[in-house]
Design a protein around this ligand. Structure first.
Ligand SMILES: Nc1ncnc2c1ncn2[C@@H]1O[C@H](COP(=O)(O)OP(=O)(O)O)[C@@H](O)[C@H]1O
Ligand SMILES: [Mg+2]
Length: 331
């Protein structure tokens, strides 16, 4: 099914992507497909490899619930900022990423037909990436104390087994950024876990590499963003093992996959308004979360599916914040 939700004031939105391609999967925000490799290509030619097509829809999720309304154009904004950062990370020589192309011409004509998403709708919101086996750990880095980290700290003085100094305030800058892994829940909420538990899942050597790379990306990206007036308070990375022709990992270093350093996967705060001891103004989903928390406190919603619709002012306000962040970071 291809619902194209139309919002009278903001043009059309892509809520769900339908294409004649194998391997269709829908995450909360992105729809992914397999772009089969060309078996006629010469042995060893990368054209033989299956690739991944990732389409960022205009869905928005909050508290792990996908809301019923679309945010027209959000997928395009997300794709723009994610591909900016993926290229930036490669350019800095930090690690390789899955990004191959964002050109809709790379999608074969056979993917389109009656009732499918069109090539024009894919433009700006699609990424062709190296197909990977996803490492089943969310690689979270926190430079400041907010969200589930702040909650855990108030209860235990720790975040993911990392003991922190006493007396830190909400949103306080940490003495140094910390790596706080979480499970990648198939359903429901991700759970913060210790480095040791994450290492037991993936192997200690791989987890150590992921921690070091995550911290390196965060440190460099946060310094860049701060120079442009944005604090990246925390963020989440995903890594994968590139697959070969036999569908098994080819070996070598993992690569950065998915989106990176977007307002969906990070907390972005305006640096000039930063003040610890309270929640911060933000360029991210926090605007939506605050609206929803208002509904929760009035007993209208309980953070379970189905989520509520958002008023046009919250949709527009969120899009404006995303645009402002992109303008500052990648403009
Ligand atoms: N290069 C890749 N190879 C395989 N899977 C990927 C790659 N990049 C991203 N993914 C996966 O694609 C999905 C993106 O959809 P998303 O809406 O973010 O899902 P989720 O609800 O799991 O967060 C995620 O499950 C992510 O792990
Ligand atoms: Mg995701």
């Amino acid at each position: 099914m291809s619902h194209t939700v139309t919002s009278s004031d903001s043009g059309s939105a892509v809520f769900r992507t339908t294409l004649h391609l194998p391997g269709a999967r829908s995450g909360k925000v992105r729809d992914t497909f397999t772009l089969p490799g060309d078996p006629g290509a010469a042995r060893g030619d990368p054209a033989r490899l299956d690739r991944m097509l990732m389409v960022a829809s205009d869905r928005i999720s909050a508290f792990d619930v996908v809301l019923p309304c679309a945010m027209p154009g959000k997928g395009v904004l997300l794709t723009r900022i994610a591909s900016f950062w993926l290229k930036w990370i490669e350019g800095q020589g930090i690690c390789r990423t899955h990004l191959l192309s964002t050109d809709p011409a790379g999608v074969p004509g056979s993917a389109f037909g009656a009732g499918t998403t069109t090539r024009g709708e894919l433009a700006g919101r699609m990424t062709i990436g190296r197909l990977c086996r996803v490492v089943p750990i969310e690689c979270v880095v926190r430079g400041y104390l907010e969200g589930s980290g702040w909650k855990d700290y108030q209860k235990t003085g720790e975040v993911c087994g990392v003991r922190l100094p006493k007396g830190l305030r909400q949103c306080e800058r940490l003495p140094e950024p910390i790596f706080t892994p979480a499970t990648k829940a198939v359903e429901g909420h991700d759970e913060n876990i210790s480095f040791e538990r994450a290492a037991a899942e993936t192997g200690a050597e791989l987890m150590g590499w992921l921690r070091d790379k995550s911290l390196e990306i965060y440190n460099k990206a946060a310094a860049y963003a701060l120079g442009r007036g944005i604090i990246i308070a925390d963020t989440k990375f995903e890594f994968g093992l590139p697959l070969g022709e036999d569908g098994e990992p080819v070996g070598g270093e993992p690569i950065l996959i998915d989106e990176a350093l977007t307002p969906d996967s990070s907390r972005f705060w305006p640096a000039d308004k930063y003040e610890p001891g309270r929640s911060q103004a933000s360029f991210d989903k926090q605007f939506v979360r605050e609206y929803l928390e208002g509904l929760v406190s009035r007993g209208i919603w309980d953070k379970t599916a189905p989520g509520p619709d958002l008023p046009a002012s919250v949709i527009e306000g969120t899009l404006a914040r995303y645009r402002e962040a992109i303008g500052k970071l990648a403009g």
